[in-house]
Design a protein around this ligand. Structure first.
Ligand code: FDA
Length: 310
């Protein structure tokens, strides 16, 4: 319960314009712990560095909801550029995309622009043998994101596109089961947004229990699972569950955020588990950075100490 109160407090405070202005002015040096750079070259260099340690990359151009179709198209073009640049650099174009950043919810020529741009992006990734994961955002977007994931998965195949389910939402168990016919590659996370208690579990113990349930159900259904968490007790339980049910290390992977628990990422990779780091880059780092701070009280001290040092 304390964790939830802390998270809500940080997300509420960081949503204030004046706080954003201060952190944007002074915070880039600190944000670099979690963000691989402002440009694509920095992100690709980070993937290569991690690859040398046996850790795979998942590239993410930072950006969230944009209100104009032109801006959404511009953002989608930048994602295409990222895929081209990764391919040219000999890095698998594995990337994450927020559909709100490429026009979800805006209708252009009778089609949702998020879906139109999603098609362009998944199509390019498929051309290069890459993969696109559609990130999950706040709860009003879940229905549309799942529907658009289904459309893209049916058009391109689940080897090229996947999405994310959040264990804090009451609805997620049903959502997971409803996707089984696609045999989807899903990333399971706890959930990072400020959500009302009417839709999301307020108690961390319930969120953790729901997380395990979702991973086990997805594994048992014979689907590929991206176990995206830094929670060591969950990671240990998932390893044991897989072993007990004869599920091989090639049927799942662990995913963690760039800059978080690098020790654990290395340890798992050295033990022969597939590990992938989520590598964000770009100029619009503030919302992403706020969510990372909200995840752990020690991170607020890290910010305050850094800012006081100037
Ligand atoms: P939990 O919060 O219980 O933390 C477990 C332990 O991990 C903590 O005790 C702490 O030691 C460490 N830890 C966690 N976060 C940390 C941080 N920021 N800094 C330092 N230590 C930290 N969410 C979402 O809503 N939609 C999405 O699409 C995604 N995508 C995504 C991809 C990947 C690869 C990851 C790892 C996570 C996401 N998330 C996400 C975020 C997710 O919902 C969640 O907020 C974070 O993963 C933190 O939760 P944990 O599972 O790590 O557990």
């Amino acid at each position: 319960m304390i964790d939830q109160i802390y998270r809500k407090a940080v997300l509420t405070v960081s949503g204030q314009k004046f706080v954003e202005d201060i952190v944007r002015r002074q915070g880039w040096g600190l944000a670099q712990r979690f963000v691989a750079g402002e440009e694509v070259d920095g992100a690709i260099a980070a993937v290569k560095e991690l690859q040398a340690e046996g850790i795979l990359g998942n590239l993410d151009l930072l950006g969230e909801f944009v209100a104009s179709p032109d801006k959404a198209n511009e953002f989608a073009d930048k994602v295409l550029h990222l895929l081209d640049a990764a391919h040219a650099a000999g890095v698998m174009p594995y990337a994450s995309v927020k559909l709100s950043a490429v026009g979800q919810g805006q209708t252009v020529d009778g089609q949702d622009l998020g879906l139109t741009n999603g098609r362009r992006i998944v199509s390019r990734a498929k051309e290069y043998g890459g993969f696109i994961c559609l990130d999950m955002e706040d709860h009003p977007r879940v229905d549309q994101t799942l529907a658009q994931f289904r459309t893209l998965a049916e058009e391109f195949g689940t080897q090229y596109v996947g999405t994310v389910l959040q264990s804090y939402l009451y609805r997620t168990e049903e959502d997971r089961a409803s996707l089984d016919d696609l045999r989807p590659n899903l990333r399971i996370v706890k959930g990072a947004y400020l959500e009302p208690e009417s839709v999301a579990m307020p108690d961390k113990a319930d969120v953790d229990a729901s997380y395990r349930k979702l991973v086990y159900a997805h594994m048992k259904a014979g689907n590929y699972v991206n176990v995206a968490t830094h929670d060591e007790s969950i990671i240990e339980d998932v390893k044991h569950f897989a072993l007990a049910h004869g599920i091989g290390k090639d049927a799942y992977e662990f995913q963690m955020l760039y800059g978080v628990r690098r020790d654990l990422q290395r340890e798992l990779a050295a033990a022969g588990y597939r590990v992938r780091a989520y590598i964000p880059y770009g100029r619009d780092w503030y919302p992403y950075f706020s969510r990372r701070i909200a995840e752990r009280p020690a991170n607020v001290m890290f910010i305050l100490r850094g800012m006081l040092k100037g």
